[in-house]
Design a protein around this ligand. Structure first.
Ligand SMILES: *Cc1c(COP(=O)(O)O)cnc(C)c1O
Length: 505
């Protein structure tokens, strides 16, 4: 065990990792053979040396030679366009290693023991400024989460508690919180007979969040503005739904939508939504996992229409975002902002644990009382590192590169006779944020297009559907993006696929 904790072992481990990575080619996926080799190298019960204890050196060697070759390059390649992943900026990766080295448990705010909670708060305040959300005084409830799914759970949980409390106050009913009395008793006391979550093309995790907080998938109601723009929220429909007696409403704004990359609202919609929510006692939660970072794009003409899409989001009651996507810090990292700190701490209070209490006289909440976990990682440090290192201009530059590559790909697709740019061919390139959706016009090619692209291992794309038909989805999220270099490879891959199809058709 001694060598495992030694600095020599760790620096050797780091050195060996770097050597292995330097020798790796730039393929996005491991080969099928490499994957099979990794899986067959895993220990199995019944093997003579199963759980025999190999020692740290042999284990490290096993990981580097048998496991790493079976892992994909989502963090190493600039052309891994699947899902929305992002990579890890070197300074974030370094900070994350420091987090592991010091293994702080950021659970209780103990200012005389560790500055970790102060660093977390500093990072959150920097994010509030970067995203121009109206200053940290506006967002007294703020914390790091494991990702946007957790942030969505928190947004719905806070909304549920706040709406019920307001109803009880309005009707003069006895105060029964969800936290204390449970959802059934609280709804009963408030005269709430039904919940609804109004949204447009919400992320799947919103329905999951609805289940976790006891509202259920079926409370999620899609209110698309039109067939052509289903990602946009229909505000008239929202108003009609709000007017129902006995129904409590959370409005979940998809900023942006994960399939098309488009946005539910624009600069004029948010003030209108805010006044509707105030009039009917609804809560507005923004799912801004990746889209909210459009607020930190340069304020130049080419990004004005995206700025309009994310304008007004500061009017929400809660906002969730991801650190491990566009911000390019390692997994798991998400962010949650809430206008109402007392609701947040009511819902997430870890009750009756005196030994976990914070000393008096602080304005930093103990993370365990405002988030899902108790013990947890010092998640803030990589975010802190990225923001300190890049600053506003550096971040704007990185976000702009991501958008410009997506637009260059979209322009290529739009200009090609063999491909169809989705959702609308006549859209302006300026509506593109970081996602490009398209399909092959030839249905036989379209059927196998994702497989053909991914088999090249020069780029990786996601499989999706648009209006019932197969489509290809590209999400640009890595700090490693180089617009000219990556565009050249993408054009080459797509052109080659078309050429081969042409000769076999
Ligand atoms: C990725 C994503 C989520 C889920 O985030 P996780 O970090 O995977 O938990 C939620 N909403 C949107 C819009 C997303 O893109």
């Amino acid at each position: 065990m001694a060598d495992q904790s030694s600095a020599t072992f760790l620096s050797q481990a780091h050195h060996n990792l770097r050597t292995v990575l330097a020798a790796r080619d730039d393929s996005t996926l491991p080969t099928p053979d490499a994957l099979a080799a990794t899986v067959s190298a895993l220990p199995r019960p019944g093997q003579p040396d199963f759980l025999a204890g190999r020692g740290a050196e042999a284990t490290l060697d096993h990981i580097l030679t048998a496991i790493v070759p079976g892992l994909n390059s989502q963090g190493l390649s600039s052309r891994y366009f699947g899902f929305v992943t992002g990579g890890a900026l070197p300074v974030a990766e370094a900070a994350d290693n420091i987090v592991s080295a010091l293994d702080q448990n950021v659970q209780v705010h103990l200012p005389t023991h560790s500055a970790s909670t102060a660093v977390e708060d500093a990072a959150l305040c920097m994010l509030i400024e970067l995203l121009e959300l109206g200053g940290d005084g506006r967002w007294p409830g703020r914390t790091f989460t494991t990702g946007a799914t957790a942030s969505n759970i928190m947004g719905l949980a806070c909304g549920r508690e706040a709406i019920i409390a307001a109803r009880q106050q309005d009707t003069g009913a006895a105060a029964v919180t969800v936290a204390e009395g449970g959802l059934l008793a609280a709804c009963h006391a408030a005269g709430v007979t039904e919940f609804q979550i109004l949204t447009s093309m919400s992320h799947s995790s919103l329905s999951k969040a609805a289940s976790v907080v006891g509202l259920g998938h079926r409370t999620v109601k899609e209110l698309p503005a039109s067939d052509d723009e289903p990602w946009r929220l229909d505000l008239d429909a929202v108003e009609r739904e709000l007017a129902q007696q006995g129904t409590a409403t959370i409005i979940a704004v998809s900023a942006g939508e994960v399939n098309t990359g488009r946005f539910a609202t624009n600069a004029l919609d948010m003030p209108k939504l805010r006044s509707l929510a105030d009039r009917y006692g609804a809560w507005i939660h923004v799912d801004g996992a990746f889209g909210i970072f459009a607020r930190a794009l340069p304020k130049t003409d080419e990004f004005l229409s995206l700025h309009a899409n994310v304008a007004g989001l500061e009017l929400a009651d809660s906002i969730g975002a991801d650190g491990h996507k566009l911000l390019n810090v390692p997994y798991d990292n998400g962010i949650f902002f809430c206008r109402n700190a007392s609701i947040l701490s009511k819902v997430f209070q870890n009750p009756n644990a005196v030994y976990l209490s914070t000393g008096p006289g602080t304005n930093i909440y103990s993370p365990l009382n405002i988030g899902i976990e108790n013990s947890r990682r010092f998640r803030a440090l990589p975010v802190y590192a990225v923001l300190l290192s890049e600053g506003r201009d550096g971040m704007a530059d990185m976000f702009a590169r991501q958008v410009l590559l997506a637009r260059a790909i979209a322009a290529f697709i739009r200009g090609s006779l063999q491909f169809e740019w989705l959702p609308a061919e006549d859209a302006s390139l300026e509506s593109t944020h970081i996602i490009v959706l398209f399909r092959a016009r030839d249905p036989t090619l379209n059927d196998v297009l994702v497989d053909r692209i991914n088999k090249t291992r020069k780029m990786f794309v996601s499989r999706t559907k648009w209006k019932g038909q197969k489509a290809v989805r590209i999400a640009v999220a890595s700090w490693r993006v180089d617009v000219q270099r990556d565009l050249a490879v993408i054009k080459e891959v797509l052109t080659e696929i078309i050429a081969v199809q042409g000769t076999t058709a």
